[in-house]
Write a protein that binds this ligand. Structure first.
Ligand code: FEO
Length: 398
């Protein structure tokens, strides 16, 4: 895809990765993009590069607008390889360019790509770079997404390039938010936040406040993945604040796995009890479901209910993988509950509760265990279990 103009002499020169389906474990069923930007002024600047297999497309897109030999600066907002693995290729041609990055950015690039003769310019929050008629301003943003991350702001055009923040894994032939289906866009933005940025929620709130105090009021937010927010950049900022502050809906997510159907019967009966109280429920059998999609549903759910049969005195391996992933992402303000079936000694519920409490999540409702297959009376107990969880929901949205 050829370069696309964001503002006068400011261009998207990135690539669309239609076929990526596994982004370090995150199932990207709609692909992604690696966004890079070219700013042409008295000085010519490339902001970020792309994943290595696409380096020739990036080079072609830049060459439509400028010679690589004329690049003065290559800004590396983030070291992760989806953005930096074409850097060596670009720098081989951009003989006169300096690399601009955070201190940790330089350390990371040197570790990944070895000692070399690149000229670095280290920047920190508040530093500026005059390009001629325009100015770049830098804001360090550690842990959004890695310690090296930073935002670059093109002040006169009010374009914020925050790299991973505000992104979506969404491959489209359109480049802007107003050109795509809004429900798909927000679905992918929420999934991206839940699976990549959720552990850093407190930092996100503070960073948004800091950016505002610096007088940065973007007209366009151009992240490094997905479409560019130009019609209403405030929409994604507000969503990030809501997600980061743990806003939840009247919604429960049940995640379970099953061996011979008993835990599944329990899951369905529990869902009936919750739904009877007017609460939205999403059910996922772990072996048939996509982790990234589950985490997206958990993002704004008030209750997370986890079920497993006992296998070898512990939980089912898929449920162990789920809890490992979900607790690492640290979803905030949830009601957690566990249930499961067993044959003789049991152990799944105990193992799930241990995992949750070790991760400092409180299991609010006494767990429900049923031997072999649930009887009619036991299925009724499952419904009542669901109803009791529903009663813990606040009367209004929080
Ligand atoms: Fe898109 Fe943290 O890399």
């Amino acid at each position: 895809m050829a370069a696309v103009e964001l503002a006068e002499n400011v261009y998207w020169v990135g690539v669309v990765d239609w076929n990526v389906r596994d982004f370090h474990g995150y199932e990207t069923r709609r692909g992604t993009t690696y966004n890079a930007f070219l700013i042409i002024d008295d000085r010519t600047v490339l902001v970020d590069t792309v994943k290595h297999p696409f380096k020739e497309i990036l080079t072609k897109n830049i060459r439509e607008l400028a010679d690589l030999e004329d690049l003065d600066h290559v800004i590396v907002n983030h070291v992760e390889m989806d953005h930096s693995s074409s850097l060596s290729h670009i720098m081989q041609q951009a003989k006169n360019a300096t690399i601009i990055s955070s201190r940790r950015g330089k350390d990371g690039l040197t570790k990944y790509y070895g000692e070399n003769e690149w000229d670095f310019q280290i920047v920190k929050t508040g530093d500026e770079l005059e390009l001629g008629s325009r100015t770049l301003q830098f804001v360090e943003a550690p842990m959004l997404h890695w310690p090296d991350s930073m935002f670059t702001y093109l002040r006169e055009d009010r374009i914020l390039m925050p790299n991973d923040a505000f992104g979506q894994h969404l491959a489209t032939s359109q480049r802007f938010d107003d050109e795509v289906d809004q429900s798909v866009l927000m679905d992918e933005a929420a999934k991206y936040y839940a699976n990549i940025l959720m552990p850093y929620a407190p930092l996100i709130v503070r960073k948004i406040e800091e950016v505002s105090k610096l007088g940065i009021e973007p007209r366009i937010i151009a992240p490094s993945h997905g479409v560019i927010w130009r019609s209403d950049p405030g929409k994604i900022v507000s969503s990030y604040l809501e997600w980061s502050r743990g806003k939840t809906e009247k919604k429960a997510v049940i995640i379970y796995d099953t061996m011979w159907g008993s835990t599944e019967k329990m899951a369905y009966a529990i869902s009936e009890g919750i739904m009877a109280k007017g609460i939205e429920v999403h059910l996922f059998q772990m072996r048939k479901s996509d982790l990234a999609e589950i985490l997206k549903e958990i993002l704004d759910a008030k209750a997370v209910i986890v079920g497993s049969p006992t296998l070898n005195s512990s939980m089912f391996p898929t449920m162990s993988a789920f809890l490992n992933y979900a607790t690492g992402l640290r979803p905030k303000g949830k009601i957690w509950a566990t249930f499961g079936s067993y044959g003789w000694g049991g152990g799944a519920v105990r193992a799930m509760n241990k995992r949750l409490t070790e991760s400092r999540f409180e299991v609010s409702e006494p767990s429900l265990r049923i031997q072999y297959a649930p009887s009619v009376e036991e299925l009724q107990k499952c419904r009542e279990f669901g109803e009791r969880i529903a009663k813990e929901f606040p009367l209004s949205k929080v």
